[in-house]
Design a protein around this ligand. Structure first.
Ligand code: SAH
Length: 606
C-alpha cells in the first residue's frame, strides 16, 4: 500500500528507521537541519513549526521522536477528531509506535502496517479497536454508519459482554471477520441495509454507497431546488441519502454552482460525463425525450448519467421546476473517482519573494492540495520543500502564455493544478493572464468551466518596504517599466503623472538586459518634481540568500546598480530616510501631514 505521508526525523537513528518504512510505504522525510544530513526536502530548524506544517497538510504524520514533543507542539493546532490528520509517534529506533491522533481515520491502520514492517506490536489505544479489532465509527471506504450518535452506548454494551447479531449485506466481511462477539440471538444488532432505517443504541445501521444520482438542470437553478428534489426523491423511495455515492451529470454542467452545492450538502463528489458516455445509455432510458435530445444531444441527462454510473435504474426521472433527477443502483460499492471527471481546479499561487516564512498559509495549503505544479523553474526550486512528491512542470522564463494555457488545459481535464508566481500572483504576474485567456473568444468552451482561485502572496514592493521601514505608509502606486507589453509612451506618461501627483512609486521590472534607458528617463522626470535627496530604495533578491537592500538619494540613482531582480522604490516629497543608532534604515512616509502632530507622551497632569 502507498501512503501520501510525512516523516519527521530529529536524528540519524530516526532517519534510518524512516528510510526502512519509506521503502515500503512511500512518503517524504523531513529532517532536522542540525542533526540530519540527508533528508528528502529542505531541512527544518524549528521543530515546532515543522510539526505544525506537516500536520496542517492533512496527510498522515509519523514523528520519530518522543510522544511528548509531538503533543506539546501540536496542542495549539488541534481541531476535532473527525478532521485532524493521523499523527503517530514512533520511537527513533523503531521499537514502539503509538497512534496519537486520527486513529480511526487511518492512524491505527498505519500503526498496524508499521508494526508489521518493524515487527513490533502497535500501541493502539482507541476503545473499540483494542477489544474487537474494528473501528465501528470508521467503516471501510464506501460504507457509512447511519447513526454515529448511538455508537458510544453500543460499544459500552459490547464491552459489558453483549453479543451482536449481524444482518444483511454482501461484502460485510469486515464486520463478520472482526473480533466482535457474534450470536444469532445477540442483544445487540448491526444491520447492513440499502433502505432507510432508523437505528438505536442497541442497533447500528450501515449503508453502502451503491446509488448513483443522475441530475439534469437548467442554468442558474437554485441550490435549494436541487437539494429539495433529491431529498424528496430519496424520501419517497425510502432510500438513505448515505447510500448515494455521487452526483452525476453532463460535462456541460461542470460549472453549475447548484450541483456542487448539492454534492457538498450530501457530502459526495460531483462527477461529469461527456456526451458520448451519456449517449451510450440511450437504449436503457425509461423516459426518453425528443425535446431534450434536440437540445442537448441525448434523450435524458438524469437517467443517462445515473445509468452511466450505476447498473439498474431504480428511480425513473423525477422533475422539479428546473431540474430532473434519477437514481441507479450498482451491484457493488461505487467508486466515483473512476467515473467521468471532476470539475478541475486551477489555483494561481503567489509564493512571495522567496523565503519560506514569507509565504501565506493559504498559498501553501493550495500547493499541498494540488496534484500538478506549473511554474518557472527558479520558483519551483524556492518551494521544493512543499512539492517534493508532486508532478512538477518547469518552464523557462518568457514562456508565460504557454505556461498559463497548459495549466488551464490540465485543469480543464479535471485535474487539480497550481500555477506558481513569485510575489503576489495578481501583481504583474500570471493571474491577469489566466483571466484574460479564459475570456478570449477562441478559448475552448470547457476551459471556462474550471474553478479558479488566486491565493495571496507578499509582493516585492511590500517586502522591499518592510526591509527599510514603512515607505508605503501613505499614497503610492506601482509601475512596471517593462515595455514588452506596454508602449513606452504609456509608461512614461504614467511616470510623469505619478511624479506630478507626489505618489511613492514602486518600479517593477526596472531594467532588462536589452532595456536600460527607461529607468534613467524616469529618474530624470522625477527629479523635475522631487528634491534631489528624495529617498530611493534598491531592493535586490528580497527574501533570498543574496538579498541586498540599500537606500540612496534620487540624484545618485545609477542604472548600473539595478538589475532585473531589483525592486526600485522612490519616495514622495514626504518620505524621510535616516539610519538608526544600530545602522538599520528607517525610511517612512508619514501617514498624515505634519500639521496633525499629537504629543507622543501625554502629560499625566493634564
Ligand atoms: N508578482 C511579482 C512581480 C513579478 S514582476 C510580485 O508581486 O512581486 C518581476 C519584478 O518584480 C522584478 O523585475 C523585480 O522588480 C520584482 N521582484 C520580484 N521578486 C523580487 C525579489 N525577490 N526581490 C526584488 N525584486 C523582486
Amino acid at each position: 500500500m502507498n501512503y501520501s505521508l510525512n516523516y519527521l526525523v530529529l536524528g540519524e537513528t530516526g532517519l534510518a528507521t524512516a528510510r526502512r518504512l519509506q521503502a515500503e510505504l512511500g512518503g517524504v522525510i523531513h529532517g532536522y537541519g542540525k542533526r540530519v544530513q540527508a533528508a528528502d526536502v529542505r531541512p527544518f530548524d524549528d521543530v515546532a513549526a515543522a510539526l505544525r506544517d506537516c500536520f496542517a497538510t492533512g496527510e498522515p504524520l509519523i514523528a520519530l521522536c518522543a510522544a511528548g514533543i509531538v503533543i506539546r507542539h501540536l496542542a495549539p493546532s488541534l481541531g476535532n477528531k473527525h478532521d485532524d490528520a493521523p499523527v503517530l509517534a514512533l520511537a527513533e529506533d523503531g521499537s514502539a509506535v503509538v497512534p496519537l491522533l486520527g486513529g480511526h481515520h487511518g492512524g491505527n491502520d498505519l500503526a498496524r502496517h508499521i508494526g508489521e514492517i518493524l515487527d513490533i506490536l502497535p500501541a493502539i489505544t482507541t476503545a473499540s479497536d483494542t477489544a474487537f479489532a474494528i473501528a465501528l465509527d470508521e467503516p471501510p471506504q464506501g460504507w457509512r454508519l447511519a447513526n454515529p450518535a448511538d455508537m458510544k452506548a453500543f460499544v459500552a454494551e459490547l464491552r459489558a459482554g453483549a453479543a451482536v447479531m449481524i444482518k444483511g449485506g454482501d461484502g460485510a466481511d469486515w464486520l463478520r471477520a472482526s473480533a466482535l462477539p457474534q450470536a444469532e440471538d445477540g442483544a445487540l444488532r448491526i444491520t447492513v441495509s440499502d433502505v432507510a432505517l432508523a437505528g438505536d443504541k442497541g442497533h447500528l445501521v450501515y449503508h453502502r454507497q451503491t446509488l448513483a444520482l443522475g441530475l439534469g438542470c437548467e442554468r442558474g437553478v437554485e441550490r435549494e431546488e436541487l437539494i429539495g428534489l433529491i431529498s424528496e426523491t430519496l424520501r419517497l423511495k425510502n432510500l438513505p441519502a448515505l447510500s448515494l455515492a455521487g452526483i452525476f451529470s453532463l460535462d456541460l454542467k461542470t460549472d453549475e454552482a447548484a450541483i456542487h452545492a448539492a454534492a457538498a450538502h450530501f457530502d459526495i463528489p460531483a462527477r461529469f460525463f461527456d456526451l458520448a458516455a451519456l449517449q451510450a445509455q440511450e437504449s436503457r432510458l425509461a423516459n426518453p425525450s425528443e425535446v431534450v435530445k434536440r437540445e442537448v444531444g441525448v434523450s435524458g441527462v438524469a437517467e443517462a448519467a445515473a445509468l452511466a454510473a450505476g447498473d439498474e435504474l431504480i428511480v425513473e426521472k423525477r422533475k422539479s421546476q428546473r431540474a430532473t433527477c434519477a437514481i441507479a443502483r450498482a451491484d457493488k460499492i461505487i467508486d466515483p473517482t473512476t467515473l467521468g471527471t471532476a470539475r478541475g481546479h486551477l489555483a494561481i499561487v503567489g509564493i512571495g519573494p522567496g523565503r519560506a516564512d514569507w509565504r501565506t498559509g493559504a498559498a501553501e495549503a493550495a500547493l499541498r492540495q494540488a496534484d500538478i505544479i506549473v511554474g518557472y523553474g527558479l520558483y519551483l526550486e524556492l518551494i521544493a520543500d512543499l512539492i517534493a512528491d508532486k508532478d512538477c512542470r518547469a518552464y523557462q522564463l518568457g514562456e508565460e502564455e504557454a505556461r498559463v494555457a497548459a495549466a488551464i488545459d490540465m485543469a480543464a481535464s479535471g485535474r487539480n493544478v497550481a500555477l506558481v508566481s513569485s510575489g503576489d500572483a495578481g501583481v504583474f504576474a500570471m493571474g491577469a493572464l489566466a483571466h484574460e485567456l479564459l475570456d478570449r473568444d477562441e478559448a475552448p468552451d470547457h476551459w471556462d468551466r474550471i474553478s479558479l482561485e488566486l491565493l495571496p502572496g507578499i509582493s516585492a514592493m511590500q517586502a522591499a518596504a518592510l526591509r527599510v521601514g514603512a515607505p508605503l505608509g501613505h499614497d503610492f502606486c506601482a509601475i512596471s517599466l517593462s515595455d514588452l507589453l506596454t508602449p513606452r509612451e504609456v509608461i512614461l506618461r504614467r511616470v510623469v503623472a505619478a511624479a506630478a501627483s507626489d505618489f511613492v512609486i514602486a518600479f517593477y521590472n526596472p531594467v532588462s538586459k536589452r532595456r536600460r534607458d527607461l529607468l534613467a528617463l524616469a529618474r530624470d522626470l522625477l527629479l523635475r518634481h522631487r528634491p534631489e535627496d528624495t529617498p530611493v530604495i534598491l531592493a535586490r533578491n528580497l527574501g533570498r540568500a543574496e538579498e541586498q537592500v540599500i537606500a540612496l538619494p534620487l540624484v545618485d540613482l545609477q542604472v548600473d546598480d539595478v538589475d532585473m531582480l531589483t525592486l526600485v522604490m522612490i519616495g514622495s516629497s514626504e518620505t524621510r530616510a535616516r539610519q538608526r543608532g544600530d545602522g538599520s534604515w528607517s525610511v517612512y512616509t508619514p501617514r498624515g501631514y505634519a500639521a496633525k502632530q499629537t504629543p507622543l507622551i501625554k502629560d499625566n497632569q493634564a
